[in-house]
Design a binder for this molecule. Sequence first.
Ligand SMILES: Cc1ncc(COP(=O)(O)O)c(C=O)c1O
Length: 370
Amino acid sequence: MANIPFMRLDRQFEAHKGQFMDAVEQVFSHGRVLQGPEVAALEERLAAFFGLGRAAAVGSGTDALVLALRALGLEPGHKVAVTSLSFVASASAIVLAGGVPVFVDPTPGHLLAREDMILDLVRSGRVDGVVAVHLYGQMAELEEIYGQARKRGLFVIEDAAQALGATRNGYAPGRFSDATCLSFDPTKVIGAQGSGGMVLSNDQKLIETVKRLRYHGHAGNRVYTEIGHNSQLATVQAALIKVKMDHEQAWRERRQQIAARYDQALNDLAFASALPVRPGNTHIRHKYVIDVPQGRDDLAAHLKAQGVGVSVHYSMPLFEQPCLRGRCEVYGDASEVKRAVNRVLSLPIYPELTDLEVDAVCRALAEFEA
Ligand SMILES: Cc1ncc(COP(=O)(O)O)c(C=O)c1O
């Protein structure tokens, strides 16, 4: 039987141990374990990677969203359009910052938020801003949404936690928004050995505000101008992320290679299909999600019994999560999200999977009797 866990950071460590340990030693030797030079170097590196002017490293992707929302002036009760199919933090961050998520349905097929619904909310003045999620590794279309939002003085934030390396029509996240938020959660394509996040923007003032908010509202000389957070990216994490960034392209290409093998295998199966890649998008394959119209849980049980680790992203519409119930609004009938949560299934995908393991996953899929 195969033994293919859903994630394997141990293999990544084994493959790059020398580089990781050198980075750790360097930070521990100079001793500036918070706000050390590696933090500023990583901010510069990622700002350049995204083609944006400035970046502020913070303690997590969730904090990146909360601090960006606060820095963009979200006030208590402000409403923010967001997809109902994402990780809980895309919406809980809005509540943490004092706002009210207004959920829109995903689009059948690729499952990114319905842009027509977001545009309706923006045009009709029913929201004060938008958190646009680049789901599973491919980007939402934001040009029109950002154009309309700007006309009305609304903000747009990109939740790019799952989209480091993705492009749409040649652009990285950040082109059509006020701020872009990243997560370095260990599940991400570039993860810390712990938590981490970042806010990126061309707006220097916004990034300065995030930098104050990430450390108690500190404006210098022990003067604290806002009630802030303590949300710092540890220097050692910045150093490790920088090492991983050196592998970003090779890892992305390997993920895409694995995805192509899965695509091929799924072509021959009647009971499941790959989610489509949108024309114009480069999909980084952060997650490889398949659509199983019937018997998703049976397929998951079968794959697990064959030693293949699978997962579900996501198993519940966000408005049904207990922490969000009564703190949000739902736009429309939410019919697609209710269907999607019963059909999506994520296969294991990480650069360290061997070809033999990928073949074993494909075989286990083919052996399922729907
Ligand atoms: C889409 C999305 N948004 C936000 C987050 C929150 O990031 P973090 O876990 O670093 O707080 C994550 C992942 O964890 C995510 O996948």
